[in-house]
Design a protein around this ligand. Structure first.
Ligand code: ZN
Length: 595
């Protein structure tokens, strides 16, 4: 495209290209999306680059602000006085909850009324080109308004001061203070007395507070664990590890369990001997968050107790990754994966233990192939995330997983996600789908990719079916990143490598880091997680080895061929991250230990 033509049709694109922030290839792709977007969302190029291409918000929007002459609001959120904070809070909340929700959704802060011009509101927006700003100003009753650009990193700081200090439930718990002694000294459970206790709203606040805090801290699960001596512990699972969040003392654990059950759908409060699954939905910080509640009876130390353990899984759709580029697939694994999902049919299998992020990767892959001309069906039990553009079958009392699997073939699908291949029947159905013109996604619980082939074989699936139905098997693990704030450089490389039992030769010349510990990472030395992968792409040679399987699948031969094809093992994929300074050798070894 000619420069002048581009300057006329897309000023933002022209500017970003001139500045070298994007290249022509990205520009062309983004312009295509913009064209396709015209009917629906009408996003501009800056919004598309951030949403779809993962460009850093502030790098793009700072240029946009300059281009359209929006003033940049330079503030240090941590230096604002309490009075100012309260003024802003007041501006945010005075039109009611729906309006404050809308502000959070659009990342806009009504910063203040202009000092010189009365009735003129300064709107601090992270995206000054957001089409809703006029409407927002109108809803805030501002007769005049001026849009200022606020850097997203400053917005994030400011909003955390404005919003997170208001876990209203935590506040209520603090206020309740001493009154929170909910104890029943006598033996046995008296339903009436329990009822009275439940009405003590403190416990309700405690459970609601744990939901809000859990979501805000980004934890994956909330564990409510009964202890003897009228104690209950609440733990959060953060970055894969459990951390104690709260100990509730002087309260019968049964009372807390009863509150959880009362506040969940599908749980029977009076049932204490059976496994139960329930569901909670809440609106937190302007987003609908779903919670899956699992209740299991456990053995207590005191005979009078009927203990149950509760685990609440947080299903926050904001965590869904729609962009493959953000999964951390690199090199051969990335190329092979993209190739595998670009084919019109065949299976894509993710393997790894529970909690290795398999469904996150599958959902991201699914988002790459979903389009309105395709019938996308998913059979998952339970459904983890709502996937736009897919029909997700509802597994429940009336239709179980196996029945759903049998029915999808007759429901004219193009693309199918089978949550898990549990047995021969589900595996055969998934493979049949893949062999009859459907792109099929699924998971298996195995350590690595070659052993997934052996698992299918042992389930009783014919080798030629396995060989020709599968496009790729990807093994995945999540490993912790070293905390950027406190990671320490390994000084005695030789000794460090020898202690880990590795070959020094592979490591000389690399700067590597080890975990330390500081306030920012809870003294664990790690903060956040990332995925590592091993991709087994089904080349002709791999297929040949599988078809030739006799009594058993020759995993070693598959492994050897895969290495020749360019596959990097899980451990080596982790070591690449060590060499990039992102994690430690110990973490990689621990995460890739064979069970
Ligand atoms: Zn740290």
């Amino acid at each position: 495209m000619l420069d002048t033509q581009l300057e006329m049709t897309d000023k933002i694109g022209y500017l970003l290209l001139k500045k070298g922030i994007i290249d022509t290839k990205i520009l062309e792709q983004a312009l295509k999306i913009k064209d396709a977007d015209q009917l629906k969302q009408k996003r501009n190029l800056a919004q598309i680059l951030v949403d779809e291409f993962g460009y850093e918000h502030d790098i793009i929007f700072r240029e946009v602000a300059v281009l359209y002459a929006f003033k940049e609001l330079n503030i240090h959120p941590e230096e604002l006085s309490e009075e100012r904070i309260n003024e802003i809070k007041n501006l945010m909340n005075r039109q009611g909850k729906d309006v404050s929700k809308m502000l959070i959704e659009h990342k806009v802060i009504p910063f203040k009324f202009d000092d010189r011009i009365r009735d003129k509101l300064i709107l601090a927006a992270t995206d000054p080109t957001d089409r809703s700003l006029a409407k927002i100003a109108y809803t805030l009753n501002a007769k005049k308004y001026e849009i200022n650009y606020l850097r997203k990193k400053d917005y994030d700081k400011l909003i955390s001061v404005l919003v997170s200090s208001e876990n209203e439930y935590l506040k209520m718990i603090e206020e309740a203070g001493e009154e929170m002694h909910v104890v029943e000294e006598e033996a046995g459970i008296n339903e009436e007395e329990l009822d009275a206790e439940i009405n003590k709203s403190a416990l309700i606040n405690l459970i609601e507070a744990s939901l809000v805090e859990g979501v805000r801290k980004g934890v994956s699960d909330i564990h409510v664990i009964p202890k003897s001596g009228n104690k209950t512990e609440i733990h959060f699972r953060l970055d894969g590890k459990l951390q104690l969040w709260h100990i509730q003392e002087n309260t019968m654990p049964e009372a807390i369990m009863a509150v959880v059950k009362d506040r969940s759908k599908g749980l029977d409060r009076f049932e204490r001997e059976r496994a139960q699954d329930g569901f909670i939905q809440r609106e937190i910080d302007g987003h609908i968050i779903r919670f899956r509640v699992s209740v299991l009876p456990t053995v207590g130390t005191e005979l009078k107790n009927k203990f149950e353990s509760v685990v609440i899984r947080i299903l926050d759709d904001r965590k869904v990754i729609k962009d493959l580029g953000k999964l951390g697939l690199t090199g051969y694994a990335n190329k092979a994966f993209v190739k595998a999902i670009s084919q019109p049919q065949g299976m894509i299998i993710l393997t790894g233990p529970t909690g290795s992020g398999k469904s996150t990767t599958l959902v991201a892959a699914l988002y790459q192939v979903i389009n309105p001309t395709k019938n996308v069906l998913t059979v998952e039990d339970p459904v983890e995330y709502v996937i736009e553009g897919a029909r997700q079958l509802k597994i429940g009392y009336k239709m179980n997983f196996e029945q759903a699997i049998r029915s999808i073939l007759r429901h004219d699908p193009d693309i199918v996600l089978v949550g898990e291949m549990r047995d021969k029947e589900t595996a055969e159905t998934a493979i049949k789908l893949a062999n009859t013109g459907h792109l099929t996604f699924s998971t298996l619980h195995t350590n690595d990719a070659p052993s997934a082939v052996a698992r299918l074989y042992k389930m009783g699936v014919e080798p030629f079916l396995i060989a020709y139905a599968i496009n790729i098997i990807v093994a995945q693990r999540l490993i912790r990143k070293v905390c950027e704030n406190c990671k320490k450089k390994v000084v005695n490389l030789e000794e460090h490598i020898a202690n880990a039992g590795l070959n020094l030769q592979d490591w000389t010349g690399h700067e590597i880091y080890d975990a330390a510990g500081c306030d920012k990472c809870n003294h664990t030395g790690y903060k956040g997680r990332m995925a590592i992968h091993e991709a087994l792409y089904f080349t002709r040679e791999i297929r040949r080895i599988i078809v030739r399987s006799g009594e058993e699948v020759d995993e070693e031969a598959i492994r050897e061929q895969a290495r020749k094809d360019g596959t990097v093992s899980l451990r080596d994929s982790g070591f690449e991250k060590v060499k990039a300074g992102l994690t430690s050798i110990q973490e990689v070894i621990g995460a890739t230990m064979e069970d």
